[in-house]
Design a protein around this ligand. Structure first.
Ligand code: TYD
Length: 207
């Protein structure tokens, strides 16, 4: 997005280590005197927190199109009230998940049309795209082992079958291959510090 700041999104399957990398990158950027707005989808705003509760914790059925619309509504509110203003101030927005998650999870995962899902998010955000998207790529079986070790209850998406998470992974890789200028793909099975170094190199080039 053309604005004074820099917008970086982190993508990847559940358990791929996005939170760890977001913390490490925030620390590094802050040490360099940059103002970092660390945020996430779903749930980066007050409205988003309410939507997050529905999409992750509702116990009954949520129809795939309703799910896609809920994520898109969260995104619309987030971009309009938090992301865009921060970028206009010149801040760095470091964001856990964005529209690529919708294309991967609602498109490939729930088997909705990928172009339609993407189009929905583009409408919701008035075509806002990040400057850089870091894809943490990990075999879902390894990710599942990490999530099991963390011993937290699974949310609605995490609880999906292995085949769902395989489709999500392939979709992310396809998105990265289609937009090599925006994406950097990092092997998330490596040590966290090694991953952080790869990410820092790529981000440094944009500062
Ligand atoms: P996340 O916040 O990464 O989960 P956690 O807090 O457990 O690390 O993401 C929540 C879930 O929402 C995750 O399983 C992926 C899913 N998701 C979608 O299905 N579509 C989307 O557009 C987004 C942003 C997330």
């Amino acid at each position: 997005m053309t604005a004074a700041g820099l917008w970086i999104t982190l993508e990847g399957g559940d358990g791929s280590g996005k939170t760890t990398q977001s913390a490490l990158l925030t620390e590094w950027l802050t040490e360099r005197g940059r103002t970092v707005v660390r945020t996430r989808e779903p749930g980066g705003t007050e409205v988003g927190v309410l939507i997050r509760d529905i999409v992750l914790h509702h116990r009954g059925e949520v129809a795939p199109r309703a799910e896609a619309l809920l994520y898109a509504a969260d995104r619309a509110q987030h971009v309009a009230t938090l992301v865009r203003p921060a970028l206009e101030r010149g801040d760095i927005v470091l964001q856990d998940r964005y529209l690529d998650s919708s294309v991967a999870y609602q498109g490939a995962g729930r088997v909705l049309d990928a172009d339609e899902v993407r189009g929905l998010s583009m409408w919701a955000t008035e075509d806002a795209l990040p400057d850089l998207t870091i894809l943490l790529d990990l075999d879902p079986a390894l990710a599942r082992a990490r999530l099991d070790a963390a011993d937290k209850p699974f949310d609605r998406l995490e609880a999906e079958a292995a085949s769902f998470h395989e489709r999500v992974r392939e979709a992310f890789l396809g998105l990265a291959a289609a937009e090599p200028g925006r994406f950097v793909v990092v092997d998330a099975s490596r040590a966290p510090e090694d991953i952080a170094a790869v990410i820092r190199d790529r981000v440094a080039a944009l500062l």
